[in-house]
Design a binder for this molecule. Structure first.
Ligand code: SF4
Length: 328
């Protein structure tokens, strides 16, 4: 059976069930790289220039983890999935960058996704992607429809059950995954999924919040309408694809009555520094929800993240006790 590798990084958290269904329907076996470790980051970093952002370094490490184990690696170039809203440039050149820095990589199944070029181009790209597995266009079409259905169900599961992407993926795979307790106090996490759910690079942020007695609310638990309304309120018209995860979810959660909100960004990320600044300014304006911005980088020490988190949770507790005005 042909093996298709999927790196557990970047777009994995948003699209894995869809990709797995597509390749599975075409008779391929999908292999996912193991969770990130310090070694994954170290080998990934060794292939790119130092000022590359942390998530891309991690991505390279995951590709290297798959090199020996699969026949193809799937790396799409996701340019735009909404009209006139564009992705960060790192995603646009991802297949080419991977070929350049990891020459030993197996053949890359790349695919240009740009909704602005029309549906015809998108369908052509899907048929081209399926061709190594089947020359039958009807079979590829069936696989694409099943994949789209899987994606919709995945998104609905996260929204309806308040599950994070890793929890929803585990649930889809048949693992027991209890829904969070809605009576627990909630902290919102704002940021890209590849920062929020990679436990190595965020030093187990969600786990630490759970240990402290909080449930976490994340961008994937919000509907498209909730995200769009918050973006329109804060910035007017969105330009970046990931404005939803940062501005949309940040804007929404700051007014949702959560105990606090934590914005997670990657050091050296241009789009994030602008978008998170908007959320932070909104938090200062509103003065209703404590907000902390946490910047992750390759050398972030676990102790530093833990100290900041403890101080933030202390501030929330003090605010609750005194009912005082919020510090941001
Ligand atoms: S949005 Fe920022 S963190 Fe994400 S890939 Fe682009 S530069 Fe890196």
């Amino acid at each position: 059976m042909v093996k298709v590798g999927i790196p557990r990084a970047l777009l994995y958290y948003q699209y894995y069930p869809m990709w797995k269904t597509f390749f599975g329907e075409l008779g391929a076996e999908v292999v996912v790289s193991p969770p990130t470790t310090q070694a994954t980051l170290a080998v990934g970093s060794s292939r790119v220039v130092a000022d590359t952002c942390l998530p891309v370094k991690v991505f390279c490490g995951h590709v290297l983890a798959l090199v020996e184990n699969c026949d193809y690696i799937f790396i799409p170039a996701l340019r735009s999935v909404k009209s006139k809203i564009y992705n960060c440039s790192k995603f646009l050149g991802l297949p080419d960058m991977t070929r350049a820095v990891i020459p030993e990589c197996p053949p890359i199944l790349d695919m240009d996704i740009d909704i602005n070029k029309g549906k015809r181009r998108l369908y052509q790209a899907i048929y081209k992607l399926g061709r190594p597995f089947s020359w039958n266009p009807f079979k590829v079409r069936r696989a694409a429809l099943a994949a789209w259905q899987a994606h919709r169900e995945y998104k609905e599961l996260m929204i309806n059950e308040c599950l994070t992407p890793p929890q929803a993926i585990a649930r889809i795979s048949g693992a027991e995954m209890p829904s969070p307790n809605p009576n627990q106090p909630a902290i919102a996490l704002v940021g890209h999924p590849y920062l929020l759910y990679d436990e190595m690079i965020n030093h187990r942020l969600i786990h630490r919040l759970e240990q402290a007695g909080y449930r976490t609310l994340t961008p994937e638990m919000l509907t498209a309408e909730q995200l769009e309304t918050a973006i329109t309120r804060l910035t007017g018209k969105p330009y970046w694809t990931y404005e939803e995860e940062v501005v949309g979810s940040g804007g929404h959660y700051l007014e949702s009555g959560v105990e606090g909100a934590i914005g997670v960004i990657a050091f050296g990320c241009g789009p994030d520094s602008l978008m998170m600044d908007m959320v932070q300014r909104q938090a200062i304006r509103l003065k209703t929800t404590p907000f902390m911005s946490l910047t992750l980088e390759e050398h972030s020490a676990e102790a530093g993240v833990v100290t900041r988190l403890e101080a933030f949770l202390d501030m929330i507790q003090r605010k609750k006790r005194r009912g005082a005005e919020v510090c941001v």
